[in-house]
Design a protein around this ligand. Structure first.
Ligand SMILES: Cc1cc2nc3c(=O)[nH]c(=O)nc-3n(C[C@H](O)[C@H](O)[C@H](O)COP(=O)(O)OP(=O)(O)OC[C@H]3O[C@@H](n4cnc5c(N)ncnc54)[C@H](O)[C@@H]3O)c2cc1C
Ligand code: SF4
Length: 501
């Protein structure tokens, strides 16, 4: 139904539209807390806590302006909140939610918020590729130019677009943690207490089940907290962000990362303020270019790119399974049972997911995703697992990151080669291998590293496809020269697929 926007009507905020940029001036605000969302899937409890806490904090801030409804479904909630009166909503972040609101005659859908690049600008860029392969690097350069980000006139600041080469340092030797100030830590309040009590009650009644531990809340649940977290990151941790972007230390879960993905994805922060704050630090001489470019590349490049590809590829993208992987997730992985795992890298990472619902990019890609890829787990099940277990996981960001980047299930629409690698990479970039029961260099026998053996098994399984890709053809050649390949494959065949490595 057409709705006159000049008259102050009602405006609906989804739970990931919590910042000021999602409001409509003067409109009465509607928020709906749907229990069915939690009943349908087994979320990490820390994620459920953060989502509910953030919504309830927003409602408390909006005070009399908001009608906050607790209902079974969004449909019930809308009926309770506004009946059949007209309501506006900013473009939601999933195909399912968009289809749902578009199907309601009373709802007018407004343009998306929370991203730098508008849909028409992305469409123009994608068209300029003329049907050829889309590449993040080219998109990112366009965004830098269009938004005058880290530019000196029409040239990139410092003369280079890409400083990735400076951002791959291994962790400092002999250090258990980085010499970097700790990240911002929010303080819980009575809203968190109420959320915890609700979650306990739902769990006790058998209504809803969770995985993982709901320790003290680590991520911002309100705008003021998120602003403080951004300021603390830019002042104290951004200078070392680039250097150790890819490094892992067993005892340092946060390294020098921003920990702002959940705040961005809840809508508490706008990406523009994040990249502007980073650029200001560079211009003031407070942070080096490699860190600032690295951070801006993540937010203005990767995050925007993944958002637009989600819509560009369409809803059927989730069914992609180019490698024909169909093994179910084993129980220890699904249940975050880190203690069942001997491989130190996987056990450490799984424990971090269990305890916080967050690990940084490299453990996601090179430890969790890499293992799933090597074992041939169903990419849709892996995607669902990441979505449920990570505090920053939403449909739009999961599909491209897991189906595309991590599991190569789209056959190479996002990355030029699968992210499969052996233990050598993990050994170089972390301190995990030293005390491990396995050796990263061994692929057979008692001490064979599951990643190294798993890598060769993966290359063997897909040798036909990989031999036709210029980035992986060499791996197939190396495979053909392995003298103990039969033994590697024999070990893989005799392995119980449900056993933890
Ligand atoms: C298998 C897999 C699953 C992932 N799932 C998610 C997810 O559910 N939600 C999510 O926000 N990110 C996801 N990522 C991307 C990335 O790992 C996280 O954004 C990042 O680790 C979040 O921590 P941070 O805020 O400290 O990030 P930083 O390292 O500080 O990076 C800065 C920011 O860049 C953005 N960013 C960087 N890479 C990506 C990317 N590939 N896609 C989207 N945004 C990006 C994030 O907003 C992040 O806050 C995933 C990556 C992989 C490989
Ligand atoms: S030896 Fe292999 S299993 Fe052990 S920590 Fe290193 S990469 Fe992981």
């Amino acid at each position: 139904m057409a709705h006159d926007r000049s008259e102050a009507g009602r405006h609906w905020l989804f739970g990931d539209q919590l910042g000021p940029h999602f409001l409509r001036p003067d409109a009465e605000i509607v928020m709906i807390e749907s229990r069915a969302v939690f009943r349908r899937r087994r979320f990490h409890r820390a994620k459920a806590h953060l989502m509910l806490s953030a919504m309830r904090h927003r409602a408390a801030e909006l005070g009399d302006r908001v009608r906050y409804v607790r209902a079974e479904t969004y449909r019930d909630g809308l009926e309770q909140a506004v009946g059949d009166a007209p309501v506006t909503v900013h473009h939601p972040t999933s195909h399912a939610a968009l289809g749902f609101v578009r199907g309601l005659r009373q709802v007018e859908v407004l343009p998306p918020r929370g991203f730098l690049v508008q849909p028409d600008a992305f469409a123009r860029w994608a068209e300029s590729a003329g049907g050829g392969q889309l590449r993040m690097e080219s998109f990112y350069r366009q965004v830098r130019q269009d938004h005058d980000l880290l530019m000196d006139g029409d040239q990139p600041a410092g003369g280079r677009w890409n400083l990735d080469k400076d951002n791959r340092e291994p962790p400092p030797k002999g250090e258990a943690t980085l010499p970097v100030p700790a990240p911002y830590r929010p303080r819980e309040d009575e809203i968190d207490e109420e959320v915890r009590a609700d979650l306990d009650r739902w769990e006790r009644s058998g209504d809803v089940a969770f995985v993982g531990r709901d320790g003290p809340r680590l991520f911002p649940a309100g705008r003021a907290e998120a602003r403080r977290a951004l300021r603390a990151f830019v002042e104290k941790r951004l200078p070392t962000f680039g250097r150790w972007e890819d490094a892992i230390l067993a005892e340092d879960w946060a390294m020098s990362h921003s920990l702002l993905s959940a705040s961005l994805n809840l809508g508490l922060l706008d990406p523009a303020e994040c990249v502007e704050a980073a650029e200001d630090a560079y211009r003031a001489g407070d942070a080096p270019l490699n860190s600032v470019e690295g951070y801006i590349r993540q937010v203005a490049g990767w995050r925007e790119y993944m958002w637009h590809l989600y819509w560009h590829f369409g809803p059927r993208y989730r069914e992609s399974n180019a490698l024909g992987h169909d093994a179910p997730l084993p129980g220890w992985f699904a249940g975050l049972d880190a203690d069942a795992v001997q491989a130190r890298c996987l056990s450490t990472t799984l424990a971090q997911v269990r305890d916080r619902g967050w690990v940084h990019h490299i453990p996601r890609l090179m430890i969790l995703g890499n293992h799933a890829l090597q074992r041939g787990w169903d990419p849709a099940a892996v995607t669902d697992w990441f979505h449920r277990c990570f505090v920053d996981g939403y449909d739009w960001v999961m599909l491209t990151n897991v189906i595309g980047m991590s599991q190569y299930a789209d056959g190479g629409r996002i990355t030029t080669k699968p992210y499969a690698s052996g233990g050598a990479y993990i050994n170089t970039m972390s301190d995990l291998c030293g005390p491990c029961a396995y050796r990263p260099t061994e692929r057979t026998g008692e001490r064979a590293c599951p990643y190294t053996a798993g890598y060769w098994e993966f290359v063997h399984r897909h040798r036909e496809r990989l031999s036709h890709n210029y980035r992986t053809a060499r791996a197939v050649k190396q495979l053909e020269r392995l003298s103990d390949l039969d033994e590697v494959l024999g070990d893989a065949r005799s392995r119980d697929p449900d056993a933890a490595p």
